[in-house]
Design a protein around this ligand. Structure first.
Ligand code: ADP
Ligand code: NA
Length: 298
């Protein structure tokens, strides 16, 4: 199985004529509620790509919790390890102006209380994969990684949102996935002169033994694994919006790897999923399914 230890949010999206300045109030005509959070999005992506998925994390004891898990439940993500805590369900407050510029405030809420304790009782084994992002407390990510490694499973770390993980977490990571910006920030944090995605991925692989993929938007992705480079283009698609492209990539990559496709085959499927997510508006509704991914891979 794939264990995703990560965040669940509810996105509240308000259209405004222009974004407010400090101390200012602007009026919007209404708002929409969308389920999100990188943990939830990637769990859904791995599940729709065909993997058995357990999501470990925390939501509040509020009405937002039901909305945050609605699509996950519909697709059969195992939610039995999700804790309900006193803090409110995580939320993102998003204003979008007439030019499409946005302003986002994320309140961690229950995500700040996500605990990796559940992994101890899950009967993890060699074939299992842990998928991590950076929206829940890092010391809990570290505990989760230790539990998965102790069971003989592999750890995938998606470096989003950008930041430099503690050395111990990096040391427990088998595969690291980052976009260009996140990779550059990591290199800087490690004191490396490299800024090119290719060079960063190669150095992580060669010096740290961490297979690394850097996604390159419409250009596709470059990966290094066991001293071998794999650069692949993203399938060309009609782009509606790129929301959830990165999460779809990561979830589908993990699902393919767990299904036994190997690094290269998984990379190909991640790219197909990322591209497909760009053809449909929004986040979770745009996450593609296995049939569509396989059809695009050909
Ligand atoms: P993030 O969304 O996390 O910043 P990227 O922009 O690198 O990450 O996109 C992740 C993946 O989504 C890419 O590797 C690619 O598969 C797909 N993708 C993103 N933007 C486009 C695009 N404009 N056209 C086609 N595929 C895209
Ligand atoms: Na989308």
């Amino acid at each position: 199985m794939i264990v995703v230890f990560g965040s669940l949010n509810l996105d509240l999206v308000t259209p405004v004529e222009r974004l407010p300045g400090a101390g200012e109030t602007v009026l919007g005509p209404g708002y929409a509620l969308h389920p999100g959070g990188k943990g939830a999005n990637q769990a859904l992506a791995a599940r729709r790509a065909g993997a058995p998925v357990v999501l470990v994390g925390a939501v509040g004891r509020d009405a937002f919790a039901e909305l945050a898990v609605e699509l996950l439940a519909a697709d059969g993500v195992d939610l039995t390890r999700l804790a309900r805590v006193a803090a409110p369900t995580g939320a993102a407050f998003i204003a979008v102006d007439a030019q499409g510029q946005n302003q986002i405030v994320v309140a961690a809420g229950a995500n700040a209380e996500a605990s990796a304790d559940a992994l101890a009782a899950m009967g993890l084994g060699e074939g299992d994969l842990l998928l991590l992002q950076r929206e829940v407390p890092e010391e809990q990510c570290l505990s989760a990684a230790k539990a998965m490694r102790a069971a003989g499973g592999r750890v995938i770390l998606n470096l989003a949102p950008a930041g430099v993980p503690v050395p111990e977490l990096l040391g427990l990571t088998d595969i690291l996935i980052a976009n260009e910006h996140e990779a550059a920030l990591l290199a800087q944090g490690l004191g490396w002169a490299e800024i090119e995605p290719d060079a960063i991925a190669q150095r992580l692989d060669a010096e740290r033994g961490i297979a690394c993929i850097v996604t390159l938007g419409a250009e596709g992705a470059v990966g290094w694994h066991g001293g071998v480079r794999r650069g692949l283009e993203a399938p060309r698609v009609a782009v509606v919006d790129t929301v959830a492209a990165g999460d779809s990539f990561v979830g589908a990559f993990a699902a393919a790897l767990q299904a036994g496709f190997g690094f290269s085959g998984a990379l190909q499927r991640g790219l197909a999923a990322g591209s497909l997510a760009c053809t449909v508006a929004g986040a979770q509704p745009s996450v593609p399914r296995r049939e569509a991914i396989e059809a695009l891979v050909g």
